[in-house]
Design a protein around this ligand. Structure first.
Ligand code: CTP
Length: 212
């Protein structure tokens, strides 16, 4: 099993970076639950404050580009890949070699797209296993998640509404929709720990059906 988790850090200069509020909890709970169920797990993670679960192989990365390279290198030997990381969609066009000094009243940052790691899995990496993505949305949750499922060739997209307070980003709780190609299932509000076990069950069932 491959699990990506956490935020990425996109450097601006030697002391600053762009990042997001992802704590990594959902991905780490998933890695823990997969490992507890007896599977070999590689966790590719951006920087978090969480201990690596026992028995999980760990590959730390910082940037979206590093996460892309790590996934590209390892995904070929995986049966299941779950992309729980909150990968930066944009990165600074240039990393200043020295600390950026303050000058005028405003400065403008130029950002360029990062590689879409989940979107590379099927065609670019040739991954044929069970592919699971996450969708963090603030509107049209199910429709946007279903669109993501189709565009990126996923078997399942786990969708959560990040506009709701108390769930999702940087929280201990989450409430998700499981969006499959043919149907959608709503799971009740749960701790990320409890939810991880339900998600692992759903992912195993998806994997079993795919192999038939
Ligand atoms: N993801 C990824 N690489 C990126 C961006 C996102 O692998 N550069 C993965 C995330 O780990 C998650 C899924 O893609 O599983 C959803 O990310 P999101 O940014 O919401 O999807 P996008 O398709 O980029 O859609 P949009 O930004 O338009 O909502």
């Amino acid at each position: 099993m491959l699990v990506t988790a956490g935020p990425t850090r996109e450097p601006l200069d030697p002391v600053r970076f762009l990042t997001n509020r992802s704590s990594g909890k959902m991905g780490y709970e998933l890695a823990h639950a997969f490992s507890g169920a007896g599977h070999t797990v590689l966790l590719v993670s951006g920087p978090t404050a969480i201990d690596v679960p026992d028995g999980v192989d760990f590959l730390p990365v910082e940037t979206a580009a590093e996460m892309h390279a790590a996934v590209e290198h390892h995904i070929g030997r995986m049966d299941v890949a779950v992309f729980a990381a909150a990968v930066a969609d944009y990165t600074p066009a240039m990393v200043a070699p020295e600390k950026i000094k303050k000058t005028g009243e405003r400065i403008t940052l130029e950002l360029v797209r990062t590689p879409d790691i989940l979107g590379s899995a099927r065609e670019s990496f040739g991954f044929a296993g069970t592919l699971v993505g996450f969708a963090a949305e603030t509107e049209n949750l199910e429709a946007n998640a279903r669109d993501k499922l189709r565009r990126k060739g996923c078997d399942l997209v786990i969708a959560n509404d990040v506009s709701k307070p108390g769930i999702g980003f940087d929280s201990d709780h989450n409430q998700v929709l499981l969006v499959f190609p043919e149907h959608t299932e709503a799971l009740p509000l749960a701790t990320k720990h409890d939810l991880a076990h339900q998600l692992v069950q759903a992912i195993f069932e998806t994997h079993a059906v795919k192999r038939c």
